[in-house]
Design a protein around this ligand. Structure first.
Ligand SMILES: Cc1cc2nc3c(=O)[nH]c(=O)nc-3n(C[C@H](O)[C@H](O)[C@H](O)COP(=O)(O)OP(=O)(O)OC[C@H]3O[C@@H](n4cnc5c(N)ncnc54)[C@H](O)[C@@H]3O)c2cc1C
Length: 605
């Protein structure tokens, strides 16, 4: 048996436009193009120019399985005889199978749309398999898979794929890496365009969409409406400025698009494939929730993880985390949490975002807790982990809400910094997050005013950051100072900084105000749960007898580590009273809480 699907000749430049993406040279030919030439060329250059290093070597996209491993893979599937032209899945299908080719061959095709011609994305022959990361994320397919040459395929259902991932380390390693590598290849290819976003570079709505797409690792391209490519896109799809931001997908165009609308179209909103209650539902997918999901799913719990915005939490807003154990050169929060998402998916956790929890019924319905979601759906589960972190504080200034996302940001990553590179910016706050942001922005060529209310920058900030900030030629530290006024049109253009010692106020140009002045616990959706005066949730030894109602007398036990005043409801990470507000602490709490979840569930049985 031979495996003949392999990386195309484009391996030297694997993201070449319109080539087959993971198939043998010569087997697949792109269909003749009718797309307007300019737009096609611009798309290709956008795709090639995508930043970032592949997570896994792209060569692993088309693994060659030996006979014994291939037989093990087939054992997870059910055989189906195929005939030329049979369709194995089509755009819009949900919960598709991994398709393993035992005899014959199949092809994966992007069907023709108004804006782009049909294109062959891959051909897969004997010994290969069809599938990419959406097999694990649950995203519906946007490509068509049909039989080229009749024979036999084995279909591995999503449930069987999860079993494979859990039970066969060797095989799961190969399959999982291939799924990731394919996603990476597809992200850099124009042959498999799935999502194209067009909008104004500095619009808050466009930023929300792009942040969502980036954190979900969606195969997408971004077009700034003020560039030739953006204008060509708008013309090609008949879009006006009022339609922006818009998302163009095969067969659909979303105007005034939101992350929620996009998630619905892609099948990434919450949907439960099984009628069974979950073992554990985790609310909030920052480091604490992600750690709980990885440990819960890897230890055999049926695990659901939800986030109101998108995976990653506050940590994904950090351009560089330098104090996370084992990463002496630091890493970006988006990389750290992005890898954690893949890990949770690998172990079979079900992820959904944007998906906001709006209420938790504290009266147990039998052995179950009921969580209500914004769209009206409910999730029943044996245990709930609250990992909703904290929400950023804002300054009480006129026009603040107008500029949120349009010049005012609560994160300093590539996405936010791009619109301000080289222009003057203001960072507000005296803790490490503000210091990191100031250095990052200064490193991107901006003159940075770091505005600190207190008398001394060293009061709350780590010494290593203080030294670097004071030595940086493009950073000006303004202590005992406050931002007191905002000005601009659609976007922030100017801030006024008042020096409280001198009693002077000075207006200065500002392309971006980055605000890091702390956060409030995200608990407004919860009632009947014991919190401290500051609203953070108390757990285990922080709870007094007065906090524990009759339910505990019936249970005949005290709260377990991280358990709240409601049995089988746990709180971890920044939302937890007295937490350290650090990534490592949040992940430690999320992982540790799972030990308590096991005990609480066992006590119910
Ligand atoms: C810019 C910045 C830089 C930082 N740098 C560092 C650093 O270098 N080192 C370090 O150790 N720490 C750093 N931190 C702190 C660190 O990021 C946090 O301590 C950590 O992210 C807390 O994790 P968490 O999972 O508890 O909460 P969060 O990361 O806040 O995640 C909570 C999640 O819950 C979701 N959520 C809220 N309400 C709901 C709801 N009702 N339904 C569903 N979902 C909901 C939110 O959308 C969010 O995604 C930084 C923070 C920021 C903002």
């Amino acid at each position: 048996m031979t495996t003949v699907n392999e990386l195309s000749r484009t391996a030297a430049a694997p993201w070449a436009a319109r080539g087959p993406v993971f198939s043998q040279p010569g087997l697949a030919r792109p269909a003749a193009g009718a797309t307007p030439h300019d737009l096609d060329r611009l798309r290709a250059s956008h795709a090639r120019g995508r930043p970032g290093k592949p997570l896994v070597p792209t060569g692993v996209a088309s693994p060659r399985l030996g006979d014994e491993l291939f037989a093990r893979l087939l054992a997870y599937g059910t055989p189906h005889e195929t005939h030329r032209g049979d369709v194995l899945f089509r755009p819009g299908d949900e919960d598709v199978d991994l398709i393993v080719v035992d005899r014959g061959s199949v092809e994966v095709v992007r069907t023709e749309t108004a804006g782009a011609p049909a294109a062959t994305v891959a051909t897969v022959d004997v010994g290969g398999f069809v599938g990419e990361l959406n097999l694990l994320t649950g995203q519906n397919v946007y490509l068509l898979c049909r039989v080229r040459e009749g024979g036999r395929v084995y279909r591995v259902s999503p449930e069987r794929l999860r079993q494979l991932m859990a039970n066969d380390v060797e095989l799961s390693d190969i399959v999982f890496k291939a799924l990731i590598a394919r996603r990476e290849l597809l992200q850099r290819s124009t042959a498999a365009l799935a999502v194209e976003i067009v909008g104004a570079d500095r619009s808050a709505a466009a930023l929300a969409l792009r942040t969502y797409a980036a954190r979900q690792r969606l195969i997408h391209l971004w077009f700034d409406a003020d560039t030739p490519a953006g204008r060509a896109m708008m013309e090609s799809f008949g879009l006006t400025e009022d339609d922006l931001p818009a998302v163009v997908m095969p067969g659909t165009t979303l105007t005034q698009a939101t992350p929620g609308g996009l998630a619905d179209k892609l099948g990434l909103s919450y949907r439960r494939s099984s009628a069974k209650p979950a073992d554990v539902t985790i609310v909030g997918a920052g480091p604490a929730g992600l750690a709980a999901a990885v440990y819960g799913a890897s230890e055999g719990l049926d695990t659901v993880l939800l986030d109101a915005v998108s995976t990653g939490g506050q940590a994904a807003a950090s351009s560089r985390i330098e104090n996370y154990l084992g990463f002496p050169f630091g890493l970006s929060g988006a990389d750290l949490t992005g890898l954690a998402v893949l890990q949770a998916l690998k172990f079979g956790a079900q992820l959904a975002s944007p998906c906001q929890a709006v209420k938790l019924d504290t009266d147990r319905n039998g052995d179950l807790l009921r969580l209500h979601l914004q769209g009206g759906e409910v999730i029943d589960s044996k245990a709930v982990v609250i990992a909703t972190g904290a929400r950023y504080r804002a300054l009480p200034l006129e026009r603040w809400p107008d500029f949120e996302g349009a010049g005012i940001y609560y994160a300093a990553t590539e996405l936010e910094a791009r619109g301000c590179a080289g222009s003057p910016v203001t960072v507000v706050g005296g803790a490490n997050s503000a210091g990191q942001a100031a250095l990052y922005l200064a490193g991107r060529g901006s003159e940075v005013s770091l505005v600190v209310r207190g008398p001394d920058i060293a009061t709350e900030m780590s010494a290593y950051l203080v030294d670097r900030l004071l030595a940086h030629p493009r950073v000006t530290v303004l202590c005992r100072s406050e931002v007191t006024r905002l000005d601009g049109g659609d976007f922030l253009e100017e801030v006024t900084i008042t020096d409280r010692t001198a009693g002077t106020a000075q207006a200065q140009p500002c392309a971006g105000l980055f605000c890091f002045i702390g956060a409030e616990p995200a608990t407004s959706w919860l009632t009947g749960i014991a919190t401290g005066d500051d609203g953070f949730i108390r757990t285990d030894v922080q709870l007094t007898d007065n906090d524990l109602g009759p339910a505990w007398t019936t249970l005949g036990r005290r709260p377990l580590p991280f358990e709240t005043s409601i049995p089988a409801v746990f709180a971890v990470g920044d939302v937890h009273s007295g937490s350290m507000k650090r990534v490592a602490a949040a992940t430690g709490e999320g992982a540790s809480a799972i030990a308590s979840v096991h005990k609480a569930i066992a006590a119910l049985a």
